[in-house]
Design a protein around this ligand. Structure first.
Ligand code: PAF
Length: 301
C-alpha cells in the first residue's frame, strides 16, 4: 500500500489534478474563472515532447490557467493507422505537465468524448482536401470533431497548436471562425532537433538508421526554401525539393512534397505572399510530416 510508487503518484495527483469527466473539467475551469484567470488550452494526444512543452510554456507566459488534454482520439486514425500502437505514457506525461506548471490535466475516456449513440461529426471544407487529406481519409473530420468537443468542455479563451501540423492549424482556425467559437487560436513555431528533424511523438518509432534517413524531409524543405528565397517560382522550388529528397537515399514513400499558398493551401499565384513548403513521407512504417513557411521576397511581385 505504502510503496514509493503509490506515494509519488499521490503527491503528483495533489500537485496537478486530473479531470476525467465533463463535470470535473467544467468545475475546475469555473473555479479558475471565478478567481479571475483566463483559460489557456493545449490539446494533445500525450507522448509529450519538448514541442508540446513549448506550447504549454507559451500558454503559461500569458498568465493563464493552463489546461492540457491528453486523449488519443480514435476518430482521427484511419483503420490501417497506428491507433493501437500510439504511445500512451500517461504517468510520464502527467509528471511532465506538473513540472511545466500546468494547472489541470483533462484525460477523458472514449465514452466521455464519444457517448453511446454518438453520431455527430464536424466536417471541414476545402482546406482538408489537399496535402494530408487524401492520404488520411477521415482524419481532419476526426480532428475537428474532437477539438470542437474539447472546446465545448474546456471553454478556453485561447488554445495553442503547433505549426508542425500546419494544415491542422489552418483547419482549426477556419472551424473556430465558422462555428463562432470565442477562442483565439495561437500557432506556435515548430521545435527541431539540432540537426533539423522536427519533434514529433512518432519519432519514437524510428530506429537509429531510420532516424538518420528521416532527415531527408527537412533537407528537402530547406532546399525548397533556398530556391524560393533566391527568386525561383514555387514550381521550381517543388522540383528542387523532389530532387533533393531523392539523394542520397529517398524515403520509402512520399505522400506529398509541395509548395502551396500558406493561406489556403492552393497553388501559389501572383497574389501569394507566403508559401508553405510541406511534405509527408514514410520511413519504414513511420509517417512523418514537416513544413516551412517562406515569405516571398517583395521584388518577386
Ligand atoms: O495535434 C494533435 O495532437 C491532435 O490532432 C489533437 C489536436 C490533440 C486532436 O486530437
Amino acid at each position: 500500500m505504502n510503496s514509493m510508487h503509490e506515494t509519488t503518484e499521490f503527491d503528483l495527483q495533489s500537485r496537478l489534478p486530473v479531470a476525467r469527466t465533463p463535470e470535473q473539467v467544467r468545475k475546475k475551469v469555473a473555479e479558475a474563472r471565478a478567481k479571475g484567470h483566463i483559460i489557456g488550452f493545449v490539446p494533445t494526444m500525450g507522448a509529450l515532447h519538448a514541442g508540446h512543452l513549448s506550447l504549454i510554456e507559451h500558454a503559461k507566459r500569458r498568465d493563464a490557467f493552463v489546461v492540457v488534454s491528453i486523449y488519443v482520439n480514435p476518430t482521427q486514425f484511419a483503420p490501417h493507422e497506428d491507433l493501437s500502437s500510439y504511445p500512451r505514457p500517461f504517468a510520464d506525461d502527467h509528471r511532465k505537465c506538473a513540472d511545466a506548471g500546468v494547472d489541470l490535466v483533462f484525460a477523458p475516456t472514449d465514452e466521455t468524448m464519444y457517448p453511446p449513440g454518438d453520431e455527430t461529426r464536424v466536417q471541414p471544407g476545402a482546406l482538408a482536401t489537399g496535402l494530408c487529406g487524401p492520404h488520411r481519409p477521415g482524419h481532419f473530420e476526426g480532428v475537428c470533431t474532437v477539438v470542437a468537443r474539447l472546446f465545448n468542455l474546456v471553454a478556453p479563451d485561447f488554445a495553442c497548436f503547433g505549426q508542425k501540423d500546419a494544415q491542422q492549424a489552418l483547419i482549426i482556425k477556419r472551424m473556430v471562425t465558422d462555428l463562432q467559437y470565442p477562442i483565439e487560436i495561437v500557432v506556435c513555431p515548430t521545435l527541431r532537433e539540432p540537426d533539423g528533424l522536427a519533434l514529433s511523438s512518432r519519432n519514437a518509432y524510428l530506429s537509429a538508421d531510420e532516424r538518420t534517413r528521416a532527415l531527408c524531409l527537412y533537407r528537402a524543405l530547406s532546399a525548397g526554401r533556398e530556391s524560393l528565397l533566391t527568386g525561383n517560382a514555387a514550381e521550381r522550388a517543388a522540383t528542387v525539393m523532389h530532387e533533393t529528397i531523392a539523394q542520397p537515399a529517398p524515403p520509402d514513400a512520399i505522400d506529398y512534397l509541395v509548395a502551396v499558398d500558406a493561406t489556403n493551401l492552393q497553388p501559389v499565384t501572383e497574389a501569394s505572399r507566403r508559401v508553405l513548403l510541406a511534405g509527408a513521407i514514410r520511413i519504414g512504417k513511420t509517417r512523418l510530416i514537416d513544413n516551412l513557411l517562406v515569405d516571398l521576397p517583395p521584388q518577386r511581385t
